[in-house]
Design a protein around this ligand. Structure first.
Ligand SMILES: Nc1ncnc2c1ncn2[C@@H]1O[C@H](COP(=O)(O)OP(=O)(O)O)[C@@H](O)[C@H]1O
Ligand SMILES: [Mg+2]
Length: 411
């Protein structure tokens, strides 16, 4: 809001509004103290102001802004000073003549310029501190002055609470990051051992079966020979599964490298590869993806490879297979989609698809390991986006995704 606080406001209100705005932006206790000591003095036109914090049974005079030194850095018992009185009673106090008031430790005041004061507690129930303002002359503060100082103190209480919450959140984020790093390290170690420990025996099983087939195959009855030759086929499937799982594990760890990505170009390249690899199905493929969006090019390529290869796979039996990669604009940003006119799937099953190994079609009809869409969802989530599927059997499938708030131009 430009020009706010308004020039029409009385100066004291403008100054209070400015202090409230500054306090709402403060992120550390030091900033809060600094804002408050200056604001308290300016708001009342006092000769000095102090910022006092309660430290168990002591008052700690942490900051001041005054024409001459007051008590910065000193501590007094709660029961032996006026800030303590204000905190213990949870109420403001205005004193016209400090040397005539029995609650004041006169010794501590004789060395200062102070003749009169106003003290307000920060937070009325169980106060955490107090704000003091001081004058070098005897004067009776108006109730308006006290009210303004109390308003400043109330905002200070909120600002201090915010600072505490921020600090706590930061600590928690740091802890969570550490935990995540540890989990990632464990996952990495696990992935490495899985890849090594599982692959080695698989190679032996498959090699032995092939060797047996070579030596004995010709002499085996057809049923037994079929059983034997099934071994390397299934071993290959299992290797593919392990490969896919490792890929999924690695995806969760790699850091995103964001740059503008032209998804249309990427999709067209993948389409050309799929067409070359599946010459028997003449898929009509259209791409309309609009301008580039920020993303990790390598990861988004993997996501699109999975979505498009699914579209190719599940349209295999269509008379005129059609696949489209498109984009539509919504208020929250672009939504990309891969649409096909293949076999589709029952709409109520859509929730399962993005979990590893969940497949709705048999491997005899459509081969696969059921990891592809979990890879897609991991990649999209890492971009802060969302992925979902829409389909009905026989009418094809559409998979949509967003790339989070970052995909709103300008990036
Ligand atoms: N374009 C699609 N049309 C119909 N079903 C699909 C499509 N894409 C994915 N599915 C369903 O979602 C399941 C999971 O997909 P995915 O994780 O890629 O595994 P896979 O391709 O190995 O089967 C598939 O088994 C299939 O049942
Ligand atoms: Mg797949």
């Amino acid at each position: 809001m430009a020009g706010w606080p308004d020039a029409d406001l009385p100066p004291v209100v403008s100054r209070l509004v400015a202090a409230v705005q500054d306090l709402s932006r403060a992120r550390s206790a030091e900033e809060v103290r600094d804002i408050v000591r200056h604001a308290a003095r300016a708001l009342t036109g006092a000769d000095g102001a102090t910022f006092v914090l309660r430290d168990r049974d002591q008052c700690h005079y942490v900051e001041e802004d005054a024409i001459a030194p007051l008590w910065k850095g000193q501590r007094f018992p709660m029961t032996a000073c006026i800030s303590g009185w204000s905190m213990l009673h949870g109420e403001p106090v205005a004193i016209e003549d400090v040397f005539a008031d029995p609650r004041i430790p006169h010794e501590a005041y004789r060395r200062t310029f102070v003749q009169s004061l106003v003290m307000v507690p920060i937070r009325s129930d169980s106060p955490v501190g107090a704000i003091g303002t001081y004058w070098s002359v005897k004067r009776k503060a108006s109730s308006g002055e006290v009210a303004i100082l109390q308003a400043l103190a109330n905002t200070t209480a909120v600002a201090l609470e915010n600072v505490r919450v921020y600090a706590e959140l930061e600590t928690r984020v740091r802890q969570r990051t550490r935990q995540l790093e540890q989990a990632n390290e464990e996952l990495e170690a696990f992935a490495a051992s899985v890849s090594h420990d599982l692959r080695a025996p698989l190679a032996v099983i498959s090699g032995s079966a092939e060797l047996l087939d070579m030596r004995l195959g010709a002499n085996l009855p057809p049923t037994e020979r079929k059983l034997l030759t099934a071994v390397p086929v299934q071993v290959k499937r299992m290797s593919q599964l392990i490969e896919d799982l490792l890929r999924l594990a690695r995806l969760r760890q790699t850091e995103l490298r964001l740059a503008p990505v032209d998804l249309g170009v990427v999709a067209a390249e993948i389409g050309a590869e799929l067409a070359a690899a599946n010459p028997q199905c003449a898929v009509a493929f259209t791409v309309e993806a609009g301008p580039a969006v920020p993303g990790d090019a390598a990861l988004l390529r993997i996501a699109l490879e999975n979505l498009l290869s699914n579209a190719w796979k599940y349209t295999r039996k269509a008379a005129e297979p059609r696949v489209a990669f498109g984009r539509r604009e919504e208020v929250t940003g672009p939504v990309f989609f891969v649409r096909d006119n293949g076999v589709g799937f029952p709409a109520e099953e859509v929730g399962k698809l993005f979990r590893p190994f969940q497949r709705l079609h048999s491997s005899a009809d459509f081969p696969g390991t059921g990891v592809g869409l979990s890879i897609v969802s991991t990649i999209i989530e890492r971009h802060g986006g969302r992925v979902w599927g829409e389909a009905a059997p026989g009418t094809g499938a559409t998979f949509c995704f967003t790339l989070g708030r970052g995909s709103n131009p300008p990036f």
